[in-house]
Design a protein around this ligand. Structure first.
Ligand code: PEP
Ligand code: MN
Length: 341
């Protein structure tokens, strides 16, 4: 439920209303706009008498909202959320609002020289964060499963060399102690509705990159973000990575309309993963540019120094030179959009 207050409401009356709502077990999120203040009521509002609130002198309007997600809802939080990533000794990456993030790196961390070479190259090309899987969700149990803890150690080494914050996927809550020093924890498409994992991430103070499940609706994605946010962790980055359709020319179908839809519904930053969405390296550049033009807050792109010999997802990985060319074009699209604004 949302309560829109009149302009310059009586402060005592506002405090009384908040107190009364708190006594009813409702948490009140206050959002101060330029002219109006909005109260976002979180909790079981089903027993609240709307007409009682509507009748108050300070209240302009009361609305029950349709969407079941509240913390992620733009109605409660009109401004874009900006998430700051990094810390002492690291580059600071920001995402959301005016800030665009370019996350790049291999599908999986393979060796020290591989991750360090790719990290140096993507940094030089303008990437703001380094990705790399240490725990890999593979369709076949016989495929390379990732280096695990050693992969995280190597990512940290690459971070030391480049200063780039690191993004890597957790597959199970038991692995979380290994992620204490990771900058952004990725939840993969296959785990989007692992609710116990989401609840645990909600109790951490760490940015989470939440990928859309391959057959998940946007509302389901936002409800998964809500699981994390309901625990107190508001640093959630949404990721569109393609959904499964009847099309076979691409690995998945990139749902680009997800970008404006999500940005309309939510204040959380949205990134696009054109690598998993297409599965074809040639398609990564055009889809990256399209996603940028569609209003994405960032991209997550697979880059490998030797795609033919990659242990995972080589066919969709860009070589560092192709990535550098693409990063330049992405800057061009961003500049063109800014010029139009
Ligand atoms: C990945 O980012 O390497 C990955 C496995 O992605 P997704 O969960 O989107 O398939
Ligand atoms: Mn991959």
């Amino acid at each position: 439920m949302i309560v829109l207050l009149k302009e310059n409401p009586n402060a005592v009356a506002v405090a009384n209303l908040k107190q009364w709502l708190n006594n009813e077990g409702i948490t009140v999120h206050v959002s101060e706009g330029e002219r109006h203040t909005i109260l976002g009521l979180v909790g079981d509002t089903s027993r609240l008498d709307m007409s009682l609130i509507q009748a108050l002198e300070i209240v302009d309007d009361v609305k029950r909202i349709q969407e079941p997600f509240k913390n992620a809802n733009r109605k409660f939080h009109p401004q874009d959320t900006v998430i700051e990533i990094g810390g002492p000794g690291l580059e600071t990456a920001r995402i959301g609002g005016e800030h665009f993030a370019v996350i790049a790196g291999p599908c999986s961390v393979e060796t020290e020289s591989q991750i360090c070479q790719v990290a140096e190259a993507v940094k030089k090309a303008g990437a703001t964060m380094l990705r790399g899987g240490a725990f890999k969700p593979r369709t076949s149990p016989y495929a390379f499963q990732g280096l695990g803890a050693e992969g995280i150690r190597l990512l940290k080494l690459a971070r030391e060399h480049t200063g780039l914050p690191i993004v890597t996927e957790v597959m199970d809550a038991d692995q979380l102690p290994l992620f204490e020093d990771v900058d952004v924890i990725q939840v993969g498409a296959r785990n989007m509705q692992n609710f116990e994992l989401l609840k645990k991430l909600g109790r951490m103070d760490k940015p989470v990159l939440l990928k859309r499940g391959m057959s998940a609706t946007l509302e389901e994605l936002l409800m998964s973000a809500e699981y994390i946010m309901a625990g107190g962790n508001e640093k959630v980055i949404l990721c569109e990575r393609g959904i499964r359709t009847f099309e076979t020319k691409t690995r998945n179908t990139l749902d680009l309309s997800a970008v404006p839809v999500l940005k309309n519904l939510s204040h959380l930053p949205v990134v696009v993963d054109p690598s998993h969405a297409t599965g074809v390296s040639k398609l990564v550049a055009p889809m990256s540019l399209a996603a940028t033009a569609a209003g994405a807050d960032g991209l997550i792109i697979e880059v490998h120094n030797d795609p033919e010999r990659a242990l995972c997802d080589g066919p969709q990985s860009l070589r560092p030179e192709a990535f550098a060319e693409l990063a330049e074009k992405v800057r061009g699209v961003r500049a063109a959009i800014r010029a139009m604004a």
